[in-house]
Design a protein around this ligand. Structure first.
Ligand SMILES: *Cc1c(COP(=O)(O)O)cnc(C)c1O
Length: 377
């Protein structure tokens, strides 16, 4: 036990035989990619599972986001209001589309973009809002839509953390003009690498199909500057297998989250995500803990992180630093006070969570956190 590495997550896989059975037919067809049979099947299944009008499968979540933005056809230099408390992919996707990120602060209550701060950042150049459903907390989708409607701008959600979630029974991919999902190996549902764009407008389907295949419209016509973002058949087959187990995995995750909460809630100075908004059906992708500023100084997070590492438990500092402070574009964009985002980023730690995580390991993690905090006091 002491020597076994406990990572923050563990990729879900079907039984070996189940997957082999699935990929057998590929040795008959020799059709390995380019929107094959499994690609079609998975696209249809996920459209239904996520309860969205349309969905386009992609090679990964990042390309889903890049191409979703590209498909909107924004003018170069347009400003996109976004959160800096996210995975670097969100910000990269904006900049790689020749657009300008305008960072908006977050709420300390659930770490999503602070909708009250969005309007103050809108200028003549604003083309879109790009919020993130951080740790599966759903942004204030209704308020954000009102703002977008008022200024006639688009909303694209990074829903990489919110696979399978819904608000009042409505799949989270129905909000905004588009939402992207990631099926990376580390996410709650994986296709090894993979992703998708969900959207409302039918015309986007053709556009995204085109963009993920080099912009090739026909053998002789290349109509757009596209990319290669097609999901291959081995990934789609993995996705079809893994989809069978998502629901039971979410149930296991929920039980573990409840156990963590029960064990940790007595500790002073720790803020937990309780996942208790009754309107939301959660997928329990992450279990972050925040070490509060009024009790602990900033070093506590890293001390706990190190302590866990010494015992072969690898928690993660998601998201640290905030993307606005990434070395590649620090000081390049508008300086906006991002007090909440910086504070949270300095004090948050995501603990291991995956369906097969053992309860004894949770006990051990909690015990190590307790010990570290006692030493610090
Ligand atoms: C994982 C992730 C992405 C990128 O998805 P990939 O499938 O890894 O390309 C984008 N945004 C967020 C918030 C993520 O967590």
């Amino acid at each position: 036990m002491e020597n076994k590495k406990i990572m923050v997550t563990r990729s879900s896989m079907p039984d070996f035989e189940e997957y082999v059975e699935m990929i057998k037919s590929l040795w008959e067809t020799h059709w390995l990619t380019n929107m094959g049979n499994y690609h079609k099947q998975l696209e249809a299944k996920l459209t239904e599972y996520l309860g969205v009008p349309y969905l386009s499968l992609m090679v990964n979540g990042h390309m889903a986001l890049e191409l979703a933005i590209q498909a909107m056809g924004f003018p170069e230099g347009g400003e996109v209001i976004t959160t800096p408390f996210t995975f670097i992919s969100t910000t990269h996707a904006i900049i790689r589309n020749k657009l300008v990120p305008v960072f908006c602060d977050i709420k300390v209550s659930d770490y999503t973009i602070d909708e009250e701060c969005i309007e103050g950042l809108i200028t003549e150049k604003t083309v879109a809002i790009l919020p993130v459903h951080v740790y599966g907390h759903i942004c204030s989708v209704k308020k954000i839509q009102q703002i977008a409607d008022k200024y006639n701008i688009k909303v694209i959600y990074d829903a990489a953390h919110a696979f399978g979630e819904s608000v009042d029974g409505v799949g989270v991919g129905n909000y905004g003009d588009a939402s992207i999902f990631s099926f990376h190996a580390t996410k709650i549902y994986n296709t090894i690498e993979g992703g998708a764009v969900a959207f409302r407008e039918e015309s986007l389907y053709k556009k995204l199909y085109n963009l993920k295949n080099f912009g090739i419209r026909s053998e002789v016509l290349v109509s757009d500057i596209g990319a290669n973002a097609k999901m291959n058949e081995f990934s789609a087959a993995m996705g079809l297998c893994n989809l069978r187990y998502v629901e039971q995995n979410v149930i296991a995750r929920k039980a573990l989250v409840e156990y963590y909460i029960q064990k940790l809630s007595g500790l002073p100075g720790i803020r937990l995500c309780l996942y208790n908004d009754e309107e939301i059906t959660y997928s329990y992708g992450y279990f972050p803990v925040l070490f509060q500023a009024d009790i602990f100084d900033q070093s506590v997070r890293d001390k706990v992180y190190e302590r866990l590492r010494e015992h072969n438990i690898y928690s993660r500092r998601y998201f640290y630093p905030i993307t606005a402070d990434a070395a590649c574009f620090k000081n390049k964009y508008k300086e906006i006070p991002l007090e909440n985002a910086r504070n949270v980023s300095d004090r948050i730690l995501v603990l291991p969570l995956y369906p097969e995580l053992e309860y004894e390991t949770v006990d051990k993690i909690v015990c190590l956190i307790q010990k570290s905090l006692e030493e610090i006091k």
